[in-house]
Design a protein around this ligand. Structure first.
Ligand SMILES: [Zn+2]
Length: 446
């Protein structure tokens, strides 16, 4: 007799993963036990993976599984990436189900990490475990790279990438989190699309500071430290950086043109064919559209002065920049200095990481992703885009040319909003299709 509650095993296993609170930002409070338990749980849940693949630990939190292929391809292995740490839960948030209970209800698994990134991680392991049960061996070497501190910009993925690079292993294809199968990829484009990140913007934090003579506020000079900083910030308007449409965005527009009818189709075609035009239009639209085509500058903090009636002897502002593909931390800092054009304002880069290169979309790797998608999500087009956020895969992108950011899971707009938010959940059917994607990918690998 079948059980009353027939829960698919993949949901049970994801639930157990969610029940381990691997919150990397709360390592000090929670200790390493959830992380150690997670590694132990993987060994229990995936015995074939642990028997057939070798496992190396890199730093305390990096796991690197190596699956030897039928031949050793000279052009490198496949690397499937995911991370098993999660972001904290805000105690004041009201979750429908407790975030670390792993509740399974109405065909979904609920909890922190369901989509980011334990869901994407589990579909990789399920695919490998089930292929091993079939006696399958991949055509070329496959690595599974799992980091335990992605959310805190930790070193696990850096160490794994460095280890492979030292051994002269240059991956043929790297696949990490990022895009997903989404509804309405652009505000006016209906239908579903598999958004595949082919690059990610860089990020940098800059401090502007100025000093001036203090004194009484009753006889102010023309230019105080506060005025200098205010003027500098004002000079860093939206036009600070040149707008340029990445190739991937042009291809995205051309492809999405196929999903709409009428004048919208014509417009998307035109924008896709004329990058200088799309750059100008998106820049003029501002917001997310502008962020697609240029380096953005967001002043996030400003301070100066000590009392209401005393001239400020110092003032400062903090800027957060997202650097467009094709630029660097260095070139962006130089541009800021030129725009501010005030030698009395010091421009100091507090931290920064360059944007990634852009992966091609007309190569065998992208074609393979589209082919696997045809098996798991028939009729859903593979559409390239550029990510605004950072992923662990950027450490590979420094030396591997074909890096893509995509988790083969359906994510509605509401579900995407729940990532790093409240009521994160994943549908069990989506997990099953995700597993199918990775099986197809591994089977078609040459
Ligand atoms: Zn993530």
């Amino acid at each position: 007799m079948a059980a009353m509650n027939d829960v698919p095993p993949i949901a049970e296993r994801l639930s157990r993963m969610i029940q381990l609170p691997t919150v990397s930002a709360e390592l000090d409070e929670r200790g390493t036990a959830p992380f150690d338990d997670f590694v132990t749980l993987l060994a229990e849940l995936y015995p074939r993976v642990h028997a057939a693949l070798t496992l190396e630990r890199h730093t305390e939190f990096g796991l690197l599984f190596h699956w030897r292929g039928r031949r050793s391809a000279p052009d490198g292995p496949l690397v499937l990436m995911a991370h098993y740490d999660v972001v904290p839960v805000d105690e004041s948030d009201d979750w429908t189900h407790p975030p670390f209970a792993g509740v399974i209800e109405n065909g979904s698994v609920y909890g922190r990490g369901a989509l980011d990134d334990k869901g994407p991680l589990i579909v990789i392991l399920e695919a490998v475990e089930s292929l091993l049960a079939d006696g399958f061996t991949p055509a070329r070497d496959v690595y599974l790279s799992f980091g335990g501190n992605e959310e805190t910009y930790g070193s696990a993925a850096i160490a794994i990438a460095a280890a492979l690079q030292e051994r002269g292993v240059v991956p043929w294809l790297v696949l990490d989190e990022g895009g997903a199968v989404v509804d309405a990829p652009l505000p006016f484009v209906p239908g579903r699309a598999a958004m595949i990140g082919v690059g990610e913007k860089g990020v940098m934090t800059v401090r502007l500071s100025a000093r001036g003579d203090g004194g009484h506020a009753s006889a102010p000079p023309r230019r105080t430290a506060v005025r200098r900083i205010a003027r500098a910030v004002e000079r860093l308007g939206p036009g600070t950086f040149r707008a340029r449409t990445p190739r991937a965005v042009s291809r995205m527009l051309a492809q999405l043109a196929g999903s709409v009818a009428g004048p919208a189709r014509l417009l998307l075609r035109l924008l896709g064919a004329l990058p200088p035009l799309s750059a100008r239009i998106f820049a003029a639209l501002g917001g997310e559209a502008a962020a697609l085509v240029r380096t953005t500058v967001a002043p996030t903090m400003q301070s100066g002065g000590t009392a209401a009636n005393v001239l400020p002897s110092q003032a400062s502002a903090t800027l957060n920049l997202r650097i467009a593909l094709g630029e660097t931390v260095q070139s962006a800092a130089a541009r800021l200095r030129r725009r501010i054009a005030d030698p009395q304002v010091a421009v100091e880069v507090l931290e920064g990481s360059d944007p990634s290169p852009e992966s091609a979309t007309d190569n065998a790797q992208f074609a393979l992703l589209a082919e696997a998608l045809g098996v798991s999500h028939p009729g859903v087009p593979a559409v390239p885009y550029v990510m605004m956020a950072a992923t662990d895969s950027r450490h590979f992108h420094r030396f591997a040319p074909a890096v893509y950011r995509f988790a083969p899971l359906e994510m509605s707009n509401a579900q995407r909003a729940a990532i790093h938010g409240v009521d994160e959940s994943v549908e069990i059917a989506a997990l099953e299709r995700g597993e199918r994607f990775h099986r197809a990918l591994l089977q078609r690998l040459q």
